[in-house]
Design a protein around this ligand. Sequence first.
Ligand code: SF4
Ligand code: SF4
Length: 346
Amino acid sequence: MEIIKINKKDWNGGLAKSRKAYRLYGPIRVADKYFSEFGALAEDEVPDMSATDTRLSPKSIAFPPSEVMLEYTLDENSEDCNIMKVPEKEYPHRAIIGIRPYDAAAYLLVKKNFDTSEVRDPYWCDAYDACTFIGLAVQEPSLLDFSTSTNSGPFDESGLDVLLVDAGDSYLAKVITDKGKAYLKAAGWGKEAGKDAAGKIEALKKKAEAKIQSSVSFDNIRQKSVMELFEADFWEDTAFACMNCGTCTYVCPTCWCFDIQDETHGKKGVRLKVWDSCMYPLFTLHTTGHNPRDAKVQRVRQRFMHKLKYFMDKYEDGIMCVGCGRCIRSCPVNIDIRNVCQLMNG
Ligand code: SF4
Ligand code: SF4
């Protein structure tokens, strides 16, 4: 295992150097706000490495809220009239600096949906393949972080190419993949850390994990039948306060629902892939007018059943949640996935 030491005084210079080969993304402090958002860094802009969390997750890097899939013309004088065409798209190398380990792990869960043996979503996959994830370990977990009980954790390396660990006046950069190694080389960072670096990272990992105060258990959910959970009597109470605002799904790094819409202006049009939410009544409205989930309780149940039961049964790989805590923080009526998981598991 290779560990590189990056002096913080060389940080900005290395980022600048890497821009020759990579487009940089990272947490950006929102002016006059207490939070940061993930996005493309402007020239000379450096990522906000002090951001404990971003309000929205970084899923939009490969799954933008709105994306043109196809374009068309209705102009009958054009030889391309009524022909759907894929627009020219470029996927330059992108380095995602400072992504938190659980957010990178969330990409692996989302990949199960967009990159299967039968279907490959080219928009998501091409964008994802262009990314190199330079993650930053979570050393001060928030009170809402329960990532250690979701197969992830503050130092989870599963979705990363490099894991950065803050060691005071330097970062210890643990090289996980060749993609990560290539990025460090492009940034000019290559100084081997001392022999004690691996032990130091391990000690900081244990310390960070010990700070996590929150957990969920889902051992019993697997044993229960879908119908037992579906017909449980706690859904009405759980859903009572929900306003179906959809915030929980928009902030979540693992929620992947989208809608496809055509927008035509004059004789030109585009087919868009746009974020949608299972919490919205229109999400399941059929063209016949029938809606299989027209009641709020059905939609709330669907969100939790998908994350905590259907996903687990289908993929046999834990739950569709990495424990980032964003949905808990953002829900205006304090609906808490940890409590729902406990009800389902109990
Ligand atoms: S954020 Fe809360 S109120 Fe809004 S849809 Fe989600 S659970 Fe319901
Ligand atoms: S369900 Fe909530 S806690 Fe889990 S990954 Fe999504 S936003 Fe984070």
